[in-house]
Design a protein around this ligand. Structure first.
Ligand code: AMP
Ligand code: MG
Length: 384
């Protein structure tokens, strides 16, 4: 494969408190500081016994609760009452659930047979002392941060977030706080891109709006190339004033592709220039959002140190018929039911319909070769 000379080189790292590390990408290997569980841990409330003694009648010689240790051995014919989370006493090799015994005084009757190892977790079965529990490149969510807490790591080394330059273009675009004339459009793309870039692990910086002339576009693209990655919106279609590609070419850009067979978003541009990757996202709000999710998101995630950047795809049952023109993969705003089982296309007026995109919680993904799907058939869905 051809090597692309762009990116972040060796990624910078920083130490953060583990509680602040949610959403960040781990830059070090985390190992278990001891065996997990550190002792054979009962998974049930019941009685610790020797499996060979069941079924049968046993004598209860004491109890052990979580946070305690039973001081003696369990020998043949004996049982120790045990609570979930308590260490299994020496000599015992199984826990019989309290529901499966009858008790009278210090005697219990175990009604069923048991296998050694039942109803407790052996020491070290979840992780061995010194073994790797998290590897570099993992994005940290709630379970990973619980794992950091479990092994006593109050701080962790994570990759620094890549800086993401967001460059809107267009003569008709005005700042969100401005008062638009009838023919002007507020700069909503910069905001959706900023949110998407942050969600992908980047640190977005919205640049001033580039006007549809060479000087303005070139000046701001040059400014944008000071960041780790540059994302442009608009100016990549075939219109007379779509000059983004010309400016990038003059700066020596290598273009990896300048068209994708998806809708919305066909004129998407991806390349590298001056050691930085750039995406030219088509300016229609739906195109910008979809091409970010499907293409640019992965780039931002990988620059943030993540090992993988899979799309959140699933299958759901269509609630109504869907037809589309073949040739392109289409991403259509849709509503997945709360239980995730069915999906309904959201009414929409095309790529400018931000209202429909905001109502949707997902996109239907139609395959390019297939023309129609009937209600009740399964279809691919990209979660929003
Ligand atoms: P373009 O890709 O520049 O041809 O723009 C396509 C459509 O998207 C036009 O209707 C633009 O007005 C609209 N558009 C472009 N940039 C933005 C933006 N930053 N925010 C909202 N809409 C935009
Ligand atoms: Mg434009």
């Amino acid at each position: 494969m051809r090597e692309v000379r762009a990116g972040r080189g060796s990624l910078a790292t920083e130490q953060v408190s583990s509680l602040d590390a949610a959403g960040r990408v781990l830059a070090e290997e985390i190992t278990a500081d001891r065996d997990y569980p550190p002792f054979p841990r009962s998974a049930r409330d019941g009685f610790a016994i020797r499996a060979a003694d069941a079924p049968g009648e046993l004598r209860v010689i004491g109890e052990v609760r979580a946070g305690d240790v039973f001081p003696d051995m369990v020998t043949a014919g004996e049982a120790v009452e045990i609570m979930t989370g308590a260490p299994l006493p020496d000599g015992a090799d199984a826990v019989v659930m309290v529901e499966h015994v009858t008790r009278g005084g210090d005697r219990i009757n175990v009604q069923r047979s048991l296998k050694a190892g039942e109803n407790y977790n052996a020491r070290g079965i979840e992780a061995k002392h010194g073994s790797a529990v998290l590897s570099p490149g993992r994005r940290l969510g709630f379970a990973e941060i619980a794992l950091l807490a479990m092994v006593g790591r109050e701080a962790a080394t994570v990759f620094k977030r890549p800086s993401v330059a967001i460059l809107p273009t267009g003569d008709e675009i005005i700042e969100v706080g401005g008062l638009p004339e009838s023919f002007q459009i507020r700069n909503s793309n910069a905001w959706s891109m900023a949110v998407q870039a942050a969600r992908a692990g980047g640190e977005p910086r919205i640049l001033p709006i580039a006007r549809d002339n060479y000087e303005s576009t070139r000046r701001l693209i040059e400014q944008g190339l000071e960041y780790d990655i540059l994302l442009l919106s608009g100016g990549v279609s075939a219109g007379k004033y779509d000059i983004v590609e010309r400016v990038l070419a003059d700066l020596g850009a290598e273009f990896f592709f300048d068209r994708v067979l998806v809708q919305p978003g066909q004129p998407l541009v991806f390349g590298a220039v001056k050691g930085k990757f750039f995406f030219g996202l088509p300016g229609n709000p739906a195109s910008t959002m979809v091409t970010f999710e499907v293409f640019a998101r992965a780039a931002v995630e990988l620059l943030s140190g993540a090992q993988e950047a899979p799309l959140p795809l699933l299958q759901a049952k269509l609630s109504k018929d869907v037809r589309h023109k073949t040739g392109l993969t289409r991403f259509l705003p849709a509503q997945v039911s709360p239980d995730g089982s069915t999906v309904t296309p959201e009414p929409w007026q095309g790529s400018g319909d931000v209202n429909s995109l905001a109502r949707a919680n997902a996109f239907l993904v139609t395959e390019p070769e297939r023309e129609s799907w009937a209600a009740g058939e399964m279809i691919r869905v990209l979660l929003k």
